[in-house]
Ligand binder design. Structure first.
Ligand code: FES
Ligand code: FES
Length: 167
């Protein structure tokens, strides 16, 4: 199958890739950039485990997204959440509230939570339920995940207070 050259910025790193019509963002991120934090679960758009964020901070299922359609775009993966060696507040919240068990779903769950919190910094229960409905975890049952999401705002405020900056 013919290859085409495309450009993609992942976590601020812009590179060119040779892709064919079948390649997805997940293929580029995992196989060409070796960023294996983003997992492949079902590869059919059902589990949410491959979730990354687009430039607007919205959730994107990378297994369903044809890479060529995203030529010139920017995305963030789980590897891009930390800044200056510091975990993002939602990552800290997952650790603090034990929202990780086997860890396989965790990158996709965190990137889904991040997209939710980008839209609703202090989400209601209904917004949390709706925002996390598309991502599956076979271990935690989402109870700890939701607790972590509820506490993200407090951790973020604390981080801001420590660093003298906001979000
Ligand atoms: S791997 Fe993409 S939705 Fe399951
Ligand atoms: S922590 Fe094991 S699948 Fe979610």
């Amino acid at each position: 199958m013919a290859k085409h050259i495309m450009s993609l910025t992942v976590n601020g790193d812009t590179r060119e890739f040779a892709v064919d019509d079948r390649d997805t963002l997940l293929d580029v991120i995992r196989n060409q950039m070796a960023l294996t934090g983003t997992k492949s679960g079902c590869n059919t758009g059902s589990c949410g485990i491959c979730t990354i964020n687009n430039a607007a901070g919205e959730a994107v299922l990378s297994c369903l997204t044809p890479a060529l359609e995203w030529d010139g775009e920017s995305v963030t993966t789980i590897e891009g959440l930390e800044a200056d060696g510091q975990l993002d507040a939602i990552q800290q919240a997952f650790v603090e509230f034990g929202a990780v068990q086997c860890g396989f779903c965790t990158p996709g769950v965190i990137m889904s939570a991040k997209a939710l919190l980008n839209k609703y910094p202090q989400p209601t229960e209904a917004q949390i339920n709706e925002g996390m409905a598309g991502v599956l975890c076979r271990c935690t049952g989402h109870i700890k995940v939701k607790e972590a999401i509820r506490n993200d705002f407090r951790l973020r405020i604390n981080k801001g207070a420590e660093s003298g900056s906001g979000r």
